[in-house]
Design a binder for this molecule. Structure first.
Ligand SMILES: [Zn+2]
Length: 82
């Protein structure tokens, strides 16, 4: 069984946590790295290229092949999060 890198990361103090995840942009970057470790992958067709744009506060990814739009949070426990 492989080791889950999320579950087995070192503990963080609150100041360390805030310095790494204190802004929306930092959270988005961290989630993007975890979600698409090897780069974007379309959940609809599996294509690996997309266009990134913003709608309001949300960063959206549109597949270059099938034009399916997704966000970082869709399909994760953060899906209902604002
Ligand atoms: Zn696609």
């Amino acid at each position: 069984m492989s080791i889950n890198p999320i579950q087995f990361q070192r503990g963080l103090s609150l100041p360390d946590f805030l310095s790494q995840y204190g802004t929306e942009a930092q959270c988005e970057s961290a989630l993007e790295k975890v979600r698409w470790r090897d780069g974007f992958r379309c959940p609809q067709c599996g294509h690996d290229h997309c266009t990134v744009f913003r709608r309001g506060q949300q960063r959206l990814y549109q597949c270059s092949c099938c034009h399916h739009q997704t966000s970082l949070r869709v399909g994760t426990l953060f899906q209902a999060s604002k």
